[in-house]
Ligand binder design. Sequence first.
Ligand code: PHE
Length: 350
Amino acid sequence: MSTLLEQLDQLEQDALATLHNASTSEALQAWHTHYFGSKRTKGALEAMLGLLSSLDKAERPAFGKRANEVKQRLLEAFEARKAQVKEAELAAELASGQLDVTLPGRPPTMGRLHPTTLTHRRIIAIFKRMGFEVYRSPEVETDEMNFGLLNMPEHHPARDMWDTFYTTRSGVILRTHTSPGQIRVMREWGENGTRPLRVILPGMVYRYEQVTARSESQFTQIEGLVIGRNITMADLKGVFAEFARHMFGSAGQIRFRGSYFPFTEPSVEIDVYLGTDTPRARMLTKGTGWLEISGAGMVHPTVLRNGGYDPEEWSGFAFGMGPERQAMRVHGINDIRYFWQNDLRFLEQF
Ligand code: PHE
């Protein structure tokens, strides 16, 4: 009898010790199965109770009572330990998923606008304030729009002013200037030659030229077109003086130099006077005081007619300028190839 009771004591001690060491839900479950059994297996405690029959009748009540105490004690200890482990596991789970808000953040990489885009936006904003609308015209053009309707029939020598990229489709080219947009906007927005126009046409143009520091095979232009009943050269001058004041902060002095374009008559090159007083003005004008900014002229009667306007009643001026050339001057960029090379070391400076 004493040995059996001693075994029971030992079982209790062992059980409590292993329970104390069980630190996970799995270990606890295994402990419970070991001592209290499962559907299929007999637990250690039950096994010991099975030995009851081997005791003297007189000893049985005492052993039974003790066995019940042990069972009670172990079950209580089990529940207490289970609660502890549950709590620890929850704490560990929370800690592992925790967000350390004191860690330094990863800076988002910010994109930036291309210097040409920036220049376009500035120029467009100035013209918008003067009531100009923006018209977008295609880069892939017909020969007819790019030359023919601009008063340069086939074999016209002036076509040589623009070295052209042809496509495999006959009569389809990459536009060499934004001027074909003049015809398109007159036809599309002119309401059969009855509506005055005040538009700018920005976009990419292409020239089949040797690429050098000074000339690229692609660059952008901003075309302007004003059509009305009494538009004169003075309007062209006034618009450019206003543009120069906003773009370059100049006093608005403008100079026309005679030039030639088949689609304007007369044709001019426009220079803005920036003076030589400041280092910036000297840099922009290469010391001459004058900055060349645009080709321009009064819209040729043939071009007006091709756009649907009666030249007896309507007149207009047009201009075409190169934003990259202006950006190069303003930012001191000495090689036009930087614009479309997409080298971030260049682009990130703007
Ligand atoms: N299209 C001309 C060029 O590319 C510029 C221009 C536009 C001149 C409008 C006069 C009027 O050289």
